[in-house]
Design a protein around this ligand. Sequence first.
Ligand code: ZN
Length: 208
Amino acid sequence: MLSADFGHLERDVKMIERSQAEWLHIDVMDGVFVPNISFGFPVLKAITAATDKFMDVHLMIVEPEKYVERFAKAGADLVTFHLEATDKVQECIDLVRKSGAQVGISIKPATPVEAIEEWLPQLDLVLIMSVEPGFGGQSFIEGSTEKVAALRRMIDQKGLATLIEIDGGVSRHNARELYDAGCNALVAGSAVFQAPDPETEIVAMLEA
Ligand code: ZN
């Protein structure tokens, strides 16, 4: 939703609602963990009220342990926080679980997948950032596909059901390669919202 038109937020949420996209991805930025500020609780509540889609909330905020419960209460079905944003990883996982939402951890481009290994058995999802978090419209960082493949091997070797999601520079041009590398969820912002027909673009990505 970061690439949506905030002046026509309901229209854009309704477009996603009608489309074949299964999840709605919300990038929450605090201006500290990343050099940008985006959504807060009132906007999240408004979006939740306008859709029945799965609410996938990506927290790019420091000390997420202070807010994860409030995001779950505001309608998040999945709360993903950044490994680099807290030294209280277990506390964050426990708080999200207690809230009833699914739990995910995201890693920035410079963080290796090995850093997430010890937490994998407790996670519903790992989100790999394929751009530096903070802004929409960036180009896909080469090497992110190999990171996905390495994480896929790690998850499969452990016999886990953890999903892999990728966020940043995703479009119909790399959707197939990312799916083949082991991604279960593709986040697309500008590729969808800047397309002449966003709903058709979503279908093109799903069929790529
Ligand atoms: Zn995101």
